[in-house]
Design a protein around this ligand. Sequence first.
Ligand SMILES: Nc1nc2c(ncn2[C@@H]2O[C@H](COP(=O)(O)OP(=O)(O)OP(=O)(O)O)[C@@H](O)[C@H]2O)c(=O)[nH]1
Ligand SMILES: [Mg+2]
Length: 232
Amino acid sequence: MTLLIPTLNEFSGVSQIMPHVQREWVDQILFVDGGSTDGTIELVKSMNYEILIQKKKGIRYAYIEALDHIRGDAILTFSPDGNSIPSIIPPLIQKFNEGYDMVIASRYLGDAKSEDDDIITAFGNWLFTSLINHLHGGTYTDAMVMYRIYRKNLLYELDINKDSSYQTEEKLFRTVVGCEPLISIRAAKRKLKFAEIPADEPKRIGNERKLKIIRWGCAYMYEVFREKFFWS
Ligand SMILES: Nc1nc2c(ncn2[C@@H]2O[C@H](COP(=O)(O)OP(=O)(O)OP(=O)(O)O)[C@@H](O)[C@H]2O)c(=O)[nH]1
Ligand SMILES: [Mg+2]
């Protein structure tokens, strides 16, 4: 099990959150940094964590460039900005070990709630999750969140690692998107075995958000419909 932690200027998040992550929960903790200039890289190194510096820009490349360095056969993606509650790592792993391809820490299952959402992100997450369920046969309550575990091989089986899977939308809207929506879509299309556990999302710590609402909204919308007709 590899805990994969992407960072881009998350100094305060990393310093406040990582003391709550116990190293023995997982086999490997790997940071991938997108070019922080606020001391995050130095901080992570001083805490004795393994860190990889991204070559290409964009959150998707954090995952792709990490692949060769991931030693576990499962990946737990974790945001150190306060959005992912560390104490949920053990139950998430426990659920995954019951034999799932993917387990999601859902912000909208049962009593769980997001304190990080504003009206736009709440609507967007609901809209994309509903579309993915209706168009691709998913049963997600949260198809968008980063906090989740899956088999490492799933990224290859679903072509998540290939640039061609995102080419059109990234060109059209001049951005680099995240991997999560496509993972959710293709896992549903393949009818993989997935589960969710409820997980609150506290407000992010420090700095501004990196989410690009308009460009990503458009790109994900394109992706959700494109997948109805292509890739199987
Ligand atoms: N390596 C890397 N990490 C990134 C990049 N963009 C964002 N991140 C990190 O990924 C983690 C999750 O970010 P998100 O939660 O998706 O985005 P956010 O900016 O926190 O937006 P909100 O959570 O909606 O406030 C954070 O630790 C970010 O610093 C990137 O291009 N490269
Ligand atoms: Mg965040």
